[in-house]
Design a protein around this ligand. Structure first.
Ligand code: CTP
Length: 424
């Protein structure tokens, strides 16, 4: 096996190096630890000379004691223990490049049912690598004394990094865990790799298994795609391979929406706010399609609004083409529509007069508010109750249409609209 100690020392930043060296020291001191490896994406990234993400370690032996010792030497809090014999050391505030270190117990996994969470048993580093998603993620580098730098690569991930190829370890990989289809898309685009032909075939066959994932798991994977800098290419690929339709039959991304996202990232003005990205991604879906998507994602309210807001706006937006609409009428029409959907329409909708009205609403109309508050109205003797809100709304609309400009005019208008029985 090749020795990659060079990558651990000269190619890693000081923080990574410090962690690797501490791992070597601790593993030589603890009898309950037989091996410590840096594993997964970080190995792939070190080989590719890309900036790696957080650190994943695999411990053959007692990962709990190991992670506690590592945390204490770094000055971090006691690691959080989670499912599957895994321990998370939080390092933000201590390190700048690394926000956490995940320490797993080297383990084998088996899947009783497609898309279920796996059954886990403690095992060797080879088994730990063979349970993983893709060959390029199934490599480890030893951090233990005499073995320091040795690459463990039972599935020839190194060869696939050289060939720029995303390849599953076995034919049932996407059946065991259909979230790996999203991962395949993300890695292929992010690294500029191709999907190996058998892997591609397996993806096509496994798409129906996406149905077996919970809404939360699909939503998390979709959000990870949206949060990547190369989201445009990832969405395009997801559309091409049928992944979007496998999430929900009506989910698709139109060429206009892709164009908008791509122009924005070229001009470096891309919003990375999730509501904006969701609204553009789902632009053009009709009401039923967007409701189905919301249901499929088991979407929290913020997601739901951004996805259904487009269809809500599309229902009424043609009214904005009418000339001589008063600003208060524009506001009435748009106040309940999420801002993300309005912005998406401005970017991806047709270049009709409505677009100017939408821009005017976003840039100006929505900020126009009366100067008076409920307290001002209470002060002049108007009794508490729904009437206060109604009067403020009348004043707000008058202000929008330029019928009042000073605070006194606002108060006078409110008073003039008081129902007769309240003025006595
Ligand atoms: N993994 C897997 N199957 C999954 C999720 C993760 O086999 N469904 C394995 C892969 O070996 C992966 C490792 O667990 O490399 C860590 O997962 P994650 O942090 O999601 O992957 P990285 O490759 O480290 O992530 P990234 O480069 O995207 O930050």
């Amino acid at each position: 096996m090749p020795n990659l100690s060079q990558l651990l020392t000269s190619k890693s930043s000081a923080e990574y190096r410090r962690v690797f060296e501490l791992c070597r020291d601790i593993s030589s001191e603890l009898d309950s630890v037989d091996g410590v490896y840096v594993v997964g994406g970080i190995v792939r990234d070190l080989i590719l000379d890309r900036t790696p993400g957080d650190i994943d370690l695999s411990v053959v032996g007692n990962a709990k004691t190991f992670s506690q010792e590592l945390a204490s030497r770094i000055g971090a809090a006691t690691p959080d223990e989670s499912q599957f014999l895994t321990f998370k050391i939080r390092t933000s505030g201590i390190f700048s490049d690394v926000s956490s270190i995940d320490v797993v117990t080297a383990r084998a996994e088996s899947y009783a049912d497609s898309a279920a969470l796996p059954d886990v048993s403690v095992s060797s580093i080879d088994d730990d690598l063979k349970r993983r998603d893709f060959t390029v993620n199934a490599m480890a580098i030893s951090l233990a004394g005499s073995d320091w730098g040795t690459l463990v690569d039972p599935k020839n991930g190194f060869g696939d990094v050289m060939r720029k190829r995303i390849k599953v370890l076995h034919d049932a990989s996407f059946v065991d865990d259909p979230t790996r289809i999203f991962r395949a898309v993300r890695y292929a685009v992010r690294l500029g790799f191709n999907l190996d032909s058998r892997t591609n075939e397996l993806i096509s066959k496994s798409l129906p298994n996406i149905d077996r994932l919970s809404g939360t798991r699909v939503r998390n994977e979709f959000e990870l795609v949206l949060s990547e800098p190369n989201r445009v290419e990832m969405l395009r690929m997801s559309e091409e391979i049928g992944l979007l339709a496998a999430i929900s039959p009506g989910l698709r991304i139109g060429t206009k929406a892709l164009q908008v996202l791509s122009d924005q990232s070229e001009q470096e003005v891309a919003s990375t706010e999730l509501p904006d990205l969701l609204a553009i991604t789902t632009f053009g879906l009709n009401e039923d399609e967007s409701k189905q998507v919301v249901q499929r994602f088991d979407a929290p309210p913020a997601w739901g609004e951004s996805i259904t807001g487009n269809a809500q706006l599309a229902k009424h937006v043609a009214v904005l083409d009418q000339p001589n609409l008063a600003p208060s009428e524009v506001s009435d029409l748009l106040r309940a529509i999420p801002l993300a959907s309005i912005s998406a329409y401005i970017l991806a909708g047709p270049p009709l007069p409505r677009r100017d009205k939408l821009v005017e609403y976003v840039e100006k109309i929505r900020f126009i508010k009366p100067e008076i508050t409920g307290d001002d109205l209470l002060e002049i003797g108007i009794p508490q109750g729904p009437i206060i809100g109604q009067l403020i709304d009348i004043v707000r609309r008058a202000k929008l249409d330029g019928k009042v400009s000073t605070k006194q005019e606002e108060i006078d208008l409110a008073k003039s609209r008081l129902p007769g029985f309240l003025t006595k």
